[in-house]
Design a protein. Structure first.
Length: 242
């Protein structure tokens, strides 16, 4: 039986609701595994956007903020401490956030394979726009090289959590999100002068249809993870977690 992955587009949704949904789906898969039941039809891929928020991973430090934590609200930023690897990551409208909740025993029980395969999905999506991306193991994420400035620019952050081979969290792909929020923190604790953050819209010098990008991501996800995506209704899902 081919592994299936339910695809849910949660559109623009508060971060805490998407996090609750991830936890619920993880627990559903964990319960099936505990009972030695098949999980090959229970994998989930969520794509969504969030209102402006900084998420703190397991290695994040408040010293990586350029503004007092209690002042973040005044500049329009919420904050959330979450269970994923990495430091501080920004989420906001115009950024595609991907949350694969997968039982890797249906795919491959190798965390490096998983993160690099997720990166390949984004790299191949960039190819559709004639942008050459690559995965950097030292600074996990998808990067592009600026030939004029010589800078390495991060266009997609990657940060995951894994327990009992069940994944959650995932990637944050900058499409057209507002870059002003990056002045308030060190993105992913990377403060090297030859590195920066960018968006697809900025690199191409034009507006990007975010739904078009999502569809390309879905095609590449099916290809690289060898899974069949089954679309689910987002409205029903949102109602179930409010």
């Amino acid at each position: 039986m081919k592994v299936r992955t339910k695809y849910i587009d949660l559109k623009l949704i508060p971060h805490h609701l998407a996090l609750n949904f991830q936890i619920e789906q993880r627990e559903n898969i964990a319960l099936l595994k505990k009972e030695n039941l098949d999980t090959s039809q229970s994998n989930v891929l969520v794509l969504c956007e969030h209102n402006p928020i900084l998420t703190f991973g397991s290695s994040a430090k408040e010293s990586e903020l350029f503004i007092a934590k209690d002042k973040l609200k005044s500049v329009g930023l919420d904050i959330s401490y979450i269970r994923r690897g990495g430091a501080i990551t920004f989420h906001g409208p115009g950024q595609i956030v991907g949350y694969p909740i997968l039982d890797l025993e249906n795919f491959k029980t190798d965390i490096r394979w998983y993160t690099e395969t997720m990166a390949k999905v984004i790299i191949d999506t960039l190819k559709n726009y004639d942008v050459e991306g690559y995965y950097d193991k030292e600074f996990p994420g998808v990067w592009i090289n600026d030939k004029l400035s010589g800078k390495k620019k991060k266009i997609c952050a990657v940060g995951v959590h894994l327990s009992r081979w069940i994944t959650n969290h995932g990637f944050a792909f900058n499409i057209s999100n507002d870059m002003k929020y990056y002045q308030y923190f060190i993105p992913c604790a990377i403060n090297e002068p030859d590195r920066a953050v960018t968006t697809l819209s900025k690199e191409l010098g034009r507006e990007i249809n975010i739904d078009e990008v999502k569809n390309i991501i879905l095609q590449n996800f099916e290809h690289h993870f060898l899974t069949e995506l089954v679309r689910q209704g987002s409205i029903e899902v949102v109602l179930s977690i409010i």
